[in-house]
Design a binder for this molecule. Sequence first.
Ligand SMILES: Nc1ncnc2c1ncn2[C@@H]1O[C@H](COP(=O)(O)OP(=O)(O)O)[C@@H](O)[C@H]1O
Ligand SMILES: [Mg+2]
Length: 262
Amino acid sequence: MTVKLAVSNQKGGVAKSTNALNVAGALASKNNNVLLVDTDPQGFATRTLGFTGEYNTQTPNLADAMNEPTDYDIQDIILEHAEFDVLPSNVSMFSLQQDLIAAGWKPRERLMMLFEQLEGEYDYIIVDAPPSLGVINDNVLLACQNMIIPVEAMESSIHALDILLNQIETLEERYGVEIKQSAIVISNIHYPLDNDQKENIEFFRDTFEGRCPVHKIRHRAAVKRSLSAGGSIFGEEAEDTDMKENYLQLAEDVEEESEVMA
Ligand SMILES: Nc1ncnc2c1ncn2[C@@H]1O[C@H](COP(=O)(O)OP(=O)(O)O)[C@@H](O)[C@H]1O
Ligand SMILES: [Mg+2]
């Protein structure tokens, strides 16, 4: 069984890509066969992993495959990275949302159809979602039905989460599915905390207590530098950081939960 996990929050800069890359890296370092999927038209994860050329020129690409899901073999678009496989984003993803709406036919179920081609090929598919609540993000949530939500210890993150949870409920009702929240990851935390940050962290803890684990990831230069080196903190080029432990714990939670689901 392939477990699919969306890293989604429409707010920009909350560490979606950073968490997607490091969760993928942590799972791969624990001997899982992992695919990282980049659905952000801006392609930050794709370019970070060294696939800028493919991001600009690959044909066919993820946008083509989502436009005509039965016409393409998704395996042909997947690239190999040292840590895990990558289904890269592409510049043409910018017009995908409009194309899907114009087509009218199952605009939110395209990624789900493509993932059916990969069933059993991977232990985990980790999807880096775009920074907007549109058709692409809906595709990601419906294809995975399982998500990690990165947030920041800020008031604006609480508001964004409220809107995201509303959208999840709408999708659940409309498509008759359950989109499971597997973890909240309070990300890029700068210590020492001020009172506002402390209160916001408390809020996330209280809100999700008993529902799903709430993880904390600190701001670390090494986390940023590993991205500049073209991989996760588990990559060969990456310098050591104490956040490895945090991401391994997150990966372990994901593994345990997938055993329960299986
Ligand atoms: N734990 C961390 N330590 C240091 N920098 C971080 C950390 N998490 C995120 N960042 C930085 O914050 C910025 C936004 O993160 P990113 O993953 O691109 O967010 P998103 O994908 O949600 O837009 C990036 O520059 C990233 O390097
Ligand atoms: Mg991103």
